[in-house]
Design a protein. Sequence first.
Length: 370
Amino acid sequence: MARIKFERVSKRYPNGFKALENLNLDIQDKEFLVLLGPSGCGKSTTLNMIAGLEDVTEGNLFFDSAVVNAVPPHRRDVAMVFQSYALYPHKSVYENIAFGLRMRKHPQDEIDRRVRDAARRLEIEPLLERRPNQLSGGQRQRVALGRALVRQPSVFLMDEPLSNLDAALRISMRAEIKQLHQAMHTTFVYVTHDQAEALTLADRIVVMREGVVQQIGSPDEIYERAHNMFVASFLGNPPINYLDGQLEVGNGAVTFRRGGLALLIPPELAQKLTAFAGREVAIGIRAEDVSEHGAPPAGQALAGQITSVLPVGSDNFLEIEVDRKQLFFRVGKEVHHKVGDSVVLAVNVSRLHVFDKQGGQSLIWQKVQA
């Protein structure tokens, strides 16, 4: 069992800086939980508290039903994989993987069995006699994973383990880490600022900002039902587009207006917005939520002028000026335009995000006082 619970946990440093504010988080046994956010948001501090490398200033941290605030790192049954790999340069791959077991005085036959099992699982058996300086970045990361794997811990902690790898290798290593979790049935807590890693790996994502949790949910929940503009902005490539305007309510319909632009909110969303007539809002339109196929229906048309065309292989990114605002959209590579063209796109209004302009909170997915 490896259920981890933060109960009103805060972290303050002697200089007064507050790295974490009133964290309440319940990490389930065998869950793959990702802590996501920009640098300085508190995600690594949270991970280090689980490891016992940072003290809890306020609140309680539980492993299962036991408070572990004062339990030292070596008694927490966790294994950590760092961004820097932290391999011993003078030791072979075999000895790097075996080091933790030797420190715990496991028998040699058990050490050998565990090391070779881990090496076979991570496909690094031919590398066991090499030194770290003879390995590629991806191979070094596998060795770091192997060193954690042989410990057979209750919890794997990973602090941006793929950030030093190139883009193609990061994708393949994500798949390996996901397969490792599925095979081991162990709790994984993973820190990253990379939205693609979070969306790919997580059972649940915790989005953090300045030491405060902004939203917790599955990847789909975080992406599709963002609770505020920060969460919506942090996920998506290109980032979500925002347009300021006003909500109009009449005859049972809710419409977003900005100058000559009018988008009709569909009934399933409109019923949540009728109390906000006249409210200044920001609507969010994700880059993929437009199309160009004939004349759009009334209330779904977005017209503008193309200011940039960016081919990215499978798609084209279009930068479009709409009422003096630059928006980015992703369309299929079969859509051919050039700078200066006027376009009319159909907006998938069922996927609109609507935020209060002042506070940035969602008016659809999080209760807000009218």
